[in-house]
Design a protein around this ligand. Structure first.
Ligand code: KIV
Ligand code: ZN
Length: 387
C-alpha cells in the first residue's frame, strides 16, 4: 500500500529545551542531534541562535555534523534575529530559517500593541528577508490555535507570496480540540491561494493533553509535517511526543501516511534524552514509559502469556524494547506466577502451583512487587516436593 510521507520536525533541542531546569550544554546537544539524524527525522530545530552565544554556537556545531536532516534555526520577525540565524546555519547542508509572529487577537493587542495589517506587513518583511539568505523558509503564526481562520488565511497567503516554503500552524497554548484543529488545517487548504506549493505543519502543545490527537487531526486534514519532541518534553505541559505520532501512523496503515523514523531506536533515544536532560520519563508514558509493555493484573497476564496480541497493540521489539514484562503483584494470577517461576528454572505442576500461589499471595499483600529473588523463598515456604 503506497504510503504518503509525513515529515518529522524535531524540536527537542529548541522547544523541548525550554523545560525549566533542563538546559543542555553544546556537547549534549551534539550527541542528541547526531542521534536524531540517525533516527531519521527530516528536520532538526537546533536552537534559537539570537537568544544566547551558547545557543548560537550549538546551532553552528550541529550544522557542521548533521548529515541528512535539514537544520533549522528559530527567529522572531526581527531582522537581526534572522541575520544571526542565517550566520549560525551557514555550515548546514540543508539550512532552514523558521521565522514568525503572533497572529491571535491577544498577541496582536498585548504582545505587539499593533493591528492586523501591521502584523501582515511584518510577516511579509520577515519572510522576504529570510529568503535573501536561504531558500527554505518556514513561517509560524504563533497562537494560530486561537487565531480566527479568516485572518489566519490572509496571513498565510501573504507569506506564501513572499516565498515561505512551510507554513507552521501552532496551537501554542494547547487550546484546540482535535476537530477544531483539523478544521483549521482544512480551511487553510481550501482558502489560501498557493497553499499547494507549500507544506502545512502542525505544532501542538499539550496543555489539555491533546497535542498528539491534534497533530493527527492536522495531518488527516492535509498537513504533511509534525513538529514534536522526544518524550513530549517542552514548555509547560510539553509538545507533541515524537514516538507517539510515529507509532500511531505505523499502527494505522490504512491512513496511508508514514514517516522515515527507524522505530527500533525510539526507546534508546528516549532514554538518552531523559539521561542528558536529567528528566525522568513518567512510567505510564505511551510507547517509551517503563510500564508501556508491563502487565500486572492476572486477567491481562494470562492473555499475554497465551498470545501477546491480546493486550499489546505494538510489538515491543518494534520500538526497541527487548520484551514485555510480566510483573508479579497481589493482582497477579497463577499463570503469571508459573511463567515467572519457569523463567528461573521451576516447572510447577498444577497442585504444586496451587500451594505456591497461596504463599505467593501472603507475601504479595505485604509488598508492592514480587521479584525473582522472592520466588525460591515462596516455593520453599509452600513445602512442596520438587522432583
Ligand atoms: O508554540 C509555538 O508557537 C512555538 C513557535 C515559536 C513556533 O514554539
Ligand atoms: Zn512551541
Amino acid at each position: 500500500m503506497a504510503q504518503e510521507h509525513v515529515q518529522i520536525f524535531d524540536t527537542t533541542l529548541r522547544d523541548g529545551e525550554q523545560v525549566p531546569g533542563c538546559k543542555l550544554d553544546t556537547k549534549s546537544k551534539l550527541t542528541i542531534a547526531e542521534r536524531l539524524d540517525v533516527l531519521g527525522v527530516d528536520i532538526i530545530e537546533a536552537g534559537f541562535p539570537v537568544s544566547s552565544p551558547g545557543d548560537f554556537n550549538s546551532v553552528v556545531e550541529i550544522s557542521k555534523i548533521v548529515k541528512n536532516a535539514t537544520v533549522c534555526g528559530l527567529t522572531r520577525a526581527v531582522k537581526n534575529d534572522i541575520k544571526v540565524a542565517a550566520d549560525a546555519l551557514k555550515h548546514a547542508k540543508r539550512p532552514r530559517i523558521h521565522t514568525g509572529i503572533g497572529t491571535s487577537e491577544s498577541h496582536i493587542k498585548y504582545k505587539f500593541n499593533s493591528n492586523k495589517d501591521a502584523i501582515i506587513e511584518r510577516a511579509i518583511d520577515a519572510v522576504s528577508y529570510a529568503k535573501s539568505f536561504v531558500e527554505d523558509v518556514e513561517f509560524y503564526a504563533e497562537d494560530a490555535g486561537r487565531t480566527d481562520n479568516e485572518f489566519l488565511a490572509r496571513v498565510c497567503e501573504a507569506v506564501v507570496k513572499a516565498g515561505a516554503t512551510v507554513l507552521n500552524i501552532p496551537d501554542t497554548t494547547g487550546y484546540c480540540l482535535p476537530e477544531e484543529y483539523g478544521a483549521k488545517i482544512k480551511y487553510l487548504k481550501k482558502n489560501v491561494t498557493g497553499i499547494d506549493k507549500v507544506v502545512l505543519s502542525c505544532h501542538c502543545h499539550n496543555d489539555l493533553g491533546l497535542a498528539t490527537a491534534n497533530s493527527i487531526a492536522g495531518i488527516t486534514n492535509g498537513a504533511r509535517q509534525i513538529e514534536c519532541t522526544i518524550n513530549g518534553i517542552g514548555e509547560r505541559a510539553g509538545n507533541t511526543s515524537l514516538e507517539e505520532v510515529v507509532m500511531i501512523l505505523r499502527q494505522h496503515p490504512y491512513l496511508k501516511l508514514d514517516t522515515k523514523i527507524d522505530s527500533k531506536l525510539l526507546y534508546s533515544t528516549s532514554q538518552m534524552v531523559s539521561d542528558l536532560m536529567g528528566m525522568i520519563v513518567q512510567p505510564n508514558k505511551a510507547i517509551v514509559g517503563t510500564n508501556a509493555f508491563a502487565h500486572s493484573s492476572g486477567i491481562h497476564q494470562d492473555g499475554v502469556i497465551k498470545n501477546r496480541e491480546t493486550y499489546e497493540i505494538i510489538n515491543p521489539h518494534d520500538v526497541g524494547v527487548t520484551e514485555s514484562a510480566i510483573i508479579l503483584t497481589a493482582r497477579s494470577g497463577r499463570a503469571a506466577l508459573a511463567y515467572r517461576a519457569k523463567n528461573i528454572g521451576y516447572e510447577l505442576e498444577k497442585l504444586q502451583l496451587d500451594k505456591v500461589y497461596q504463599e505467593f499471595l501472603k507475601l504479595a499483600d505485604t509488598q508492592k512487587e514480587i521479584t525473582d529473588k522472592d520466588i525460591p523463598t515462596i516455593i520453599k515456604a509452600s513445602n512442596i516436593d520438587l522432583a
